[in-house]
Design a protein around this ligand. Sequence first.
Ligand SMILES: Nc1ncnc2c1ncn2[C@@H]1O[C@H](COP(=O)(O)OP(=O)(O)OP(=O)(O)O)[C@@H](O)[C@H]1O
Ligand SMILES: [Mg+2]
Length: 302
Amino acid sequence: MIVAAGLTPAWQQIMRFARLQPGEVNRAREVHWCASGKNLNVGMALAALGANALALSPLGGWSGQAIAAEFRREGRQARWTASATPTRVCTTLLDEATGTATELVENSAPLTDAERAEFVAAYQEAAAAAEYIVLTGSLPHGTPATFYRDLLRQTRCPAVLDVRGPELLAALECRPRVVKPNREELAMTLGQPVADLRAAMRDLIRRGAQAVVITQGKAPVCVAEGDRFWQVAPPTVSPVVNPIGCGDCLAAGLAVGLQQGLTLVEAVRLGMAAAAENVTQLLPARLDPARVAAWAEQIVAH
Ligand SMILES: Nc1ncnc2c1ncn2[C@@H]1O[C@H](COP(=O)(O)OP(=O)(O)OP(=O)(O)O)[C@@H](O)[C@H]1O
Ligand SMILES: [Mg+2]
């Protein structure tokens, strides 16, 4: 089993406009509601790629119920823990005229100590049965930056970490199998602009990461393991329908590939194929495995 765990799920509204004009009345051509947030996106992408996947997340209120109902309806496995505050609502505004996506993000509400303890207990149970773990997403205000490190200390299987900042730095001592911030998150984590990407990736390896994968949208993905480096160019995807959740799909594909015994670079290719397919879909992480396989054919590592 592969477990996707994190504290920041979202009930997501996706609105598509012919042309979005700030400061004006904008009428949507299409509106969708769906489960999202990094941990749920990864959980959904894992399942779509054929993994025995479990999404682990706190949920609360009407929006939490809507997410749980969607997972039930779609037959996706999940373990929910309680949160008194309704799960946040986030909104994606897609502008067809410019091909851009604007994200309106509500932060996840702080969890109480008891809610966090319930999550940690559920994590311990899930992690004991897991072959791979993906830890992903920012931490709600008030959660200690050592949260992911403490989860990893209780984890025997390898982990992919899609986190950033102090929580990423703290977790490195647990020698995560792969860390995969995007380039901006890498800079934010190291507290300075990334002038020399390889040196920055080497820095994370020196601090404990077994491997580092840095994404930068449609520019090449950079991969480092030990003292080796690779670059992998994403396929050209046109039109771009909705790029939100690409990093989550990449994390899922990476974990599935590694769990299946692929090399790191082959697993990155699978993750990038999942991400390319995600770009073509309106809703995040709802992947078609046959199309993911077709994208993988177009991706070559150097
Ligand atoms: N326009 C695009 N065309 C092709 N592939 C893309 C495009 N945008 C993203 N991807 C793929 O998705 C991967 C992850 O994208 P990105 O670097 O934007 O991640 P991210 O910022 O972590 O995304 P998120 O956190 O929203 O999931 C890229 O490395 C690439 O493989
Ligand atoms: Mg990301």
